[in-house]
Design a protein around this ligand. Structure first.
Ligand code: FES
Length: 100
């Protein structure tokens, strides 16, 4: 199984198993890793955005709703919405200390 490496909001680094059929948001929540998710994972709030540190090529493609939401939030290009993103291999992410 693939590994999701997470740089958490409090500066720790943890590794958890990740499945290609479970979003990164749900992977984080199932492992009790704090992450904002105000809309509950419906690509409406943009608060679940995370920075992709490594392995962007092993993520699900970005769709228009996600692209629009990230643009509206002014997110840098290396950010994705955790609720809309699935990992197909080893990936490293950083959860921003505040929604960036
Ligand atoms: S939880 Fe709201 S956009 Fe992902």
């Amino acid at each position: 199984m693939a590994v999701l490496t997470v740089h958490t909001r409090d500066g720790k680094q943890v590794q958890v198993a990740v499945s290609p059929v479970v979003s990164i948001l749900n992977t984080l929540l199932r492992n009790e890793i704090p992450v904002h998710h105000a809309c509950g994972g419906h690509a409406q709030c943009g608060t679940c955005r995370v920075r992709i540190v490594k392995g962007a090529e092993r993520l699900s493609p970005i769709h228009d709703d996600e692209r629009r939401r990230l643009a509206a939030a002014g997110a840098p290009p290396d950010f994705r919405l955790a609720c809309q993103t699935f990992a197909f291999g080893d990936v490293t992410i950083q959860i921003p200390s505040e929604a960036s």
